[in-house]
Design a protein around this ligand. Structure first.
Ligand SMILES: Cc1ncc(COP(=O)(O)O)c(C=O)c1O
Length: 414
């Protein structure tokens, strides 16, 4: 019987791709455990971008000369790479944005202002990053709709039993769910929630900022109507991301940003909009950024999202095994089988910022704060936590350095 082995990630080889690891502090490279905030960039992206700026750069779409054609090919080629990465039916449905936040605002405004009103309900969750919470809350308030959230249990997992209670609050029109929580790593049952949204006659929006870097995404299998991601979290450049939306919905929506490139015809009396995706891409495009986004997708595809996910699962289980050795530590979050490579914790009464600062002196980079999830923090009666997050270049030795560093923090400040 044929057995298909899952590809294994060669972390030593991966690490040679990342120039930031060449810098040594006291003989050691940085232990960068803050990839949930932003991922480091491999040579393939950095050098590819430099080459693009040097040899293929011009404004896109309008030029008729060779450089403009190269730039347009690079930009539109990246759109096709994003389409394939998300398994979307058409590249027309892929809109380049400044990132996940802009994709969410685009839909909350452009869809919400015309489709929400009194009696309607907009549903998000208590796990959300403020990006997938505040725009929906704001647009609900602007339109007279009710904004509500699915609560979480003590492990930080959604309480789906509450869906019936929520459905009784009014007409559920929009369901905005994070795929993976940036604060706790919780992997949400997205297919189940998009199916529920469909049953309610609502649109579903998936914030994939923390999922797209770590697992293969298939928008059709997820059953969502919209999905947003950011390039910088998956080894790509900052200030670029993508929104995928069903063409039928995008076509019915009003534009979000207005200006150049998104028009069909402008007269003193009236302006008509261009076709998808131009209708939602006003102004000069993020030309090189989108190209670099495509390079990052190539890079991740070459390694394999399945291999990356498996590597991070191994690291997560290792971290959850080792961290309880630290006296006074409290760990938050669900069991590893429903969690990605994120570990949130507090160290007794020691302020998370002090913990992160002492670790920083040891070259161990973690984050402290509310992680843009204040509603979640208040659910757990916390002001802040520490968060270590892993990616394809993370090693067990770096987790050992985290554990050693936490012992040091306890000795110094405990
Ligand atoms: C779950 C989640 N959603 C949205 C965002 C916002 O992403 P961006 O700042 O790239 O727009 C983040 C960023 O940390 C995130 O973790």
């Amino acid at each position: 019987m044929a057995v298909t082995a899952r590809p294994e990630l060669d972390v030593a080889a991966v690490r040679t791709d990342f120039p930031f690891l060449e810098e040594l502090v006291d003989g050691l490279p940085f232990a960068y455990l803050d990839s949930a905030a932003s991922a480091q960039k491999p040579r393939q992206v950095i050098d590819g971008l430099a080459h693009f700026y040097a040899h293929s750069y011009a404004n896109v779409h309008r030029g008729v000369y060779a450089l403009a054609e190269r730039a347009t090919d690079g930009y539109e080629g990246a759109r096709e790479k994003v389409r394939a990465f998300l398994k979307a039916p058409s590249a027309r449905e892929v809109i380049f944005t400044r990132g996940t936040t802009e994709g969410i605002n685009l839909v909350a405004y452009a869809w919400g202002l015309d489709n929400l009103g009194p009696g309607d309900v907009v549903v998000s969750t208590d796990l959300e990053h403020h990006s997938n919470f505040v725009p929906w809350q704001y647009v609900a308030q602007r339109t007279g709709a009710l904004f509500t959230t699915i609560p979480v249990d003590d492990a930080g997992e959604l309480l789906l039993d509450d869906l019936d209670r929520i459905a009784a609050l009014g007409t559920v029109k929009a369901v905005a769910i994070g795929y993976i929580s940036n604060s706790l790593g919780t992997v949400n049952p997205v297919e189940r929630l998009t199916a529920w949204a469909r049953e309610q006659g609502a649109i579903s929006f998936v914030d994939a900022a923390q999922a797209a870097p770590h697992r293969a995404i298939d928008v059709q299998a997820l059953g969502c109507d919209f999905l947003a991601l950011s390039a910088h979290k998956l080894c790509g450049p900052t200030s670029v991301g993508a929104l995928w939306g069903r063409a039928a919905l995008l076509e019915r929506m009003a534009p979000f940003n207005l200006g150049g490139h998104m028009i069909r015809k402008v007269t003193r009396e009236r302006t008509t909009w261009g076709e998808l995706p131009a209708k939602f891409e006003a102004g000069t495009s993020p030309i090189a950024e989108a190209y670099g986004f495509g390079l990052a997708i190539d890079y991740l595809n070459a390694i394999g999202l399945d291999a990356i996910e498996e590597h991070e699962q191994r690291l997560l289980r290792y971290a959850l095994e080792r961290l309880p050795e630290v006296p006074g530590i409290t760990l938050y979050g669900p069991p590893p089988e429903r969690r990605s490579g994120v570990v949130a914790f507090n160290l007794g009464e020691i302020h998370p910022h002090d913990v992160a600062q002492v670790l920083g002196f040891e070259g161990v980079c973690i984050r402290a704060g509310h992680h843009c999830t204040q509603p979640l923090m208040s659910r757990f009666d916390l002001i802040a936590t520490n968060r270590a997050s892993f990616y394809l270049y993370t090693t067990e030795q770096e987790i050992d350095r985290l554990v050693d560093g936490l012992h040091l923090v306890q000795r110094k400040l405990g």
